[in-house]
Structure formats: C-alpha cells, structure tokens
Ligand binder design. Structure first.
Ligand code: SF4
Length: 464
C-alpha cells in the first residue's frame, strides 16, 4: 500500500511555490514536501502549540492505526505545551467563515495529524480547498471493494492531478469473507446495509482515525435534512476515537457544512477540478456500486442511497454522531420510545386542524374498505428529532387541507403501539407518513425524505 503523505517538515515549508508531480512513478514514495507552501506561509511555524481536545474518559495513548505512520515520517517537532480548546466556541466563531478559512484553520492546528476523508464524489472540493491553503495535507479513502469502476479511475485521476497518494483503507479480509460466505454478496438488500457498512466502512474508518487527532469531512447540512441539519463546522467527534484514545480524542472538521450543493459545483467548475464521471450519468451522492443509484431531477440526493430502506436509516455509520441518541437507538432496533425519553417529551403536532387518532381510531381507519374521505396520517414519536423537524410543515399542511375533504391526522406509534404499527402500518422508523385512499383499504407510504409542505401536498394531490 502506498501512501501519500504531504509533509509537515520544516524543509517542506521552506519552498516558495506549490508544485505538482507529473509522473505517477514519482509518487511511489510518500511525497514528503510534495506540496510546498506559498510565500505567505513560509514563515508559519508548524511547531506551534498543539491543540488538545478535551479528553473525556481518556484512555492511555496508543497508535494502532493501519494508516501509514505519517507522524513518524514527517511529523514536525511539537511543543510539549498543551492547550485545551473549546471547539464548540470555535464552531461558533467559524460558522460564517468560508470553507477555505476553515480548512486553513484545521490544517494549521493539526498539521500532520489531520487527514481529509475523500469518498470519490464532489468532496474533491475539500482537496482543492486544502491545496489552496498552501499547507501540506493528507487524504485517505475507504476502499470497500464495492465501488464503481468510475470511482477507482477518479481516485487515480485525483492522485495525478494533485500529486498525492491517497491513503486507502481496506476492510479486514477475514471479516468480509465471513460475511459474504454466510450471507452472500447482497445481504444488505435483505437485512439492511448496517452490517456490511460496519465491516467494509466503519471498522476501516475506525482504524484510520486511530492514527489521527482530527479529520476533515465533506458533510453538508443540505445533504440529508433528517440527519445532517445540525452539522457544525468543527466539533469534538461524538463517535470515533483519535490517536490519544478515549471518547473526545478526535476532532471532526466539516468545512463545507454551511455550503449548499450548487455552490460546491460552482466552485468545482470555477476551479476546473476533475470530477467523478458518474456525476454526468445522474449520480449525485456516490458510494458503493450496489447501494447507489442516480436520482431524478427534483429528487433529493440521499434518495439515491440505500433506497430500499427508510429515509432515516441513511447514515452508514461514518457519521452516526449526527443521529440523536433516541433515534440511534431506534435505528439499532433497541429503542421502543417508551422509556425515559418518551416521558420527557411533550406532545407535538398540536393543531386544531389535526385529528389525534387513538389505537382504536387508527384500527378502524385501517379496516375500512372505503372511506368518506381520504386521510393522511403521520406515525410519530414526540422525542424523535425527525418528527420534531417536520412538525411545522405538517401542521401547515393540515391547515392548508382544512375543509378540502382530506383529513390530516397523527398517531403516536412509539411505546406499546410500536409493535402494532410495525406489523400493521408499515412503520420502519419515525416519522412514517401514510395516505389512506378513499376507495382502498391499503395505506400508501410516503417514500421521500422531503417533508416540506409542497412535497407533502404533491403526495396528497397525486393520490386523493
Ligand atoms: Fe456494503 Fe452497500 Fe455499505 Fe458499501 S454501501 S459497505 S456495499 S452496504
């Protein structure tokens, strides 16, 4: 495995211009100093104070990452002085900063102990931003073994374009073998993507991150309204551990959190950055070949991922920290919502335009062969952040439909109602929205993640 490690050494920062290697043969050895800093950074002292993450339950220091020991190759001398940084405060300060400023800050703070996680999609913008800072940077990628051929070719193109070697992480062969031998190559279509993602993505990522103190992702708030709407530009990683070990030992930077997809594409075009050829075939979000498909105009990009599953389950584990505790439990199948979490939340969807259905009420509704009027019903749990997020639009929908002949209702389906809702009402995760047509007993499930008024109204109008 070859690795591209850009240098943090003082030698590397003494150059005066950014240089690209043109030959891949030149890249077989880690390119210490393959990026040279522009003049404006020539005086930057990378041996400045380290930024320590507030350790929570810190464990003894260890370094069992399979990533190349970049630190041992080229780590700059660092001061022993440790400065504890408040990353929540920093996130606030940087919330209006440009991606370039955020990237610069991240690379400045963490030097050789930070790397960009590159998926082979439009997050190539991160590499471009890193290049523009003039600082050395590292890039790693998870090769799941199931990527599209176009993505592999794109990796190669990116390496050549930027003169880097991507630090690929591979799944454990024994684990993949056990999974595939016992369940076949496409088990994720039957029992969900979590297990395969755990073997092919999450564990390799975990190993990669154990060799770092910070990482940089291309997460954006607009990518998944259900799970990414609160992504900060920088945070203490809520899930993974870094080099120092222990929860809180890793910092996660999301420089494009506040940028929308259109602006990313404008940037890529303006900078003439190479892009994955799958994009021109209708792919927006790109992952593994069996789990990614193109989306239609107007469809949300995440609808092209794991489309056979409920919308809320669409985090592969790499960014599980985006899921709130209750919903994580729900996803793992062990949350029934009738514990402390349920008790602590007041009810939602409170409107006179909405009918509150009891268990008997929804059983009756489901039983009817023909109804006086169609119904739209949300199966919800008040503690669920995705239900909370759609409260405003659902109440607005109810007000718009008042007197129209379509009834709008809610049914609280957590706790002891959950089993019934799963069995009889197609409940997968919260919220589940059902349309009960006038002349059919079978309810129709709303399949999109878009839960704004217009999308819900389009659903109703198509079926009423
Ligand atoms: Fe497996 Fe699909 Fe996850 Fe790739 S995206 S690791 S193929 S489940």
């Amino acid at each position: 495995m070859a690795f591209a490690v850009t240098s943090s050494s003082s030698a590397a920062i003494s150059g005066s211009s950014f240089s690209r290697s043109s030959s891949s043969a030149d890249l077989k050895v880690p390119q210490i100093g393959s990026f040279r800093l522009a003049d404006r950074y020539a005086t930057v002292n990378l041996s400045q104070k380290r930024c320590a993450v507030k350790p929570v339950n810190a464990e003894p220091k260890r370094n069992d990452s399979l990533l190349p020991q970049a630190a041992s190759i080229s780590a700059p001398e660092v001061s022993e002085k440790v400065e504890v940084e408040d990353f929540e405060q920093l996130a606030k300060e940087l919330d209006n900063a440009s991606p370039l400023e955020i990237m610069d800050k991240a690379l400045e703070k963490f030097g050789n102990d930070i790397a960009i996680a590159f998926s082979g999609a439009e997050d190539v913008a991160l590499i471009e931003y890193a290049k523009l800072t003039g600082r050395p940077f590292r890039v790693f990628s998870l090769d799941t073994g199931r990527l599209n051929p176009e993505t592999y070719r794109f990796f190669d193109e990116v390496e050549k374009h930027y003169g880097i070697r991507i630090e690929y992480m591979f799944p454990d062969a024994v684990e993949v073998q056990a999974l595939v031998r016992s369940k076949g190559l496409f088990s994720f279509y039957e029992d969900g993507h979590q297990e395969c993602c755990r073997v092919r993505k999450v564990r390799p990522l975990r190993r990669a991150l154990k060799g770092l103190r910070a990482w940089i992702t291309g997460q954006r708030k607009d990518q998944s309204p259900g799970t990414r709407s609160e992504v900060p530009v920088v945070q203490v990683d809520p899930v993974f551990e870094g080099l120092e070990g222990g929860v809180g030992s890793l910092v996660k930077w999301n420089p494009v959190a506040n940028v929308d997809g259109t602006d990313i594409w404008n940037f890529l075009r303006a900078m003439n950055v190479p892009v994955n050829s799958l994009h021109s075939q209708g792919f927006v979000s790109i992952g593994c070949e069996p789990c990614t498909r193109p989306v239609l105009p107007g469809q949300h990009e995440r609808e092209g991922r794991w489309w056979w599953e409920d919308a809320k389950a669409k985090e592969c584990g790499l960014h599980k920290g985006n899921l709130k505790q209750d919903s994580s439990a729900q996803l793992n199948g062990n949350g029934n919502g009738n514990g402390n979490g349920a008790a602590a939340h007041t009810d939602i969807f409170d409107s006179q335009s909405l009918v509150t259905l009891s268990r008997a009420g929804i059983e009756n509704l489901a039983r009817l062969e023909s109804r006086k009027e169609p119904w739209i019903v949300v199966l919800y749990a008040p503690w669920c952040p995705y239900c909370q997020a759609m409260e405003e639009s659902y109440v607005a929908l109810a007000e718009k439909l008042a007197g129209s002949g379509v009834k709008v209702a809610k049914f609280r389906a957590d706790g002891e109602q959950k089993e019934y809702a799963q069995k009889e009402l197609q409940l997968g995760s919260f919220p589940t929205i059902l349309f009960f047509p006038k002349h059919s007993a079978k309810p129709i499930k709303y399949g999109s993640e878009k839960r704004d008024v217009d999308s819900l109204m389009a659903f109703v109008n198509a079926l009423r």
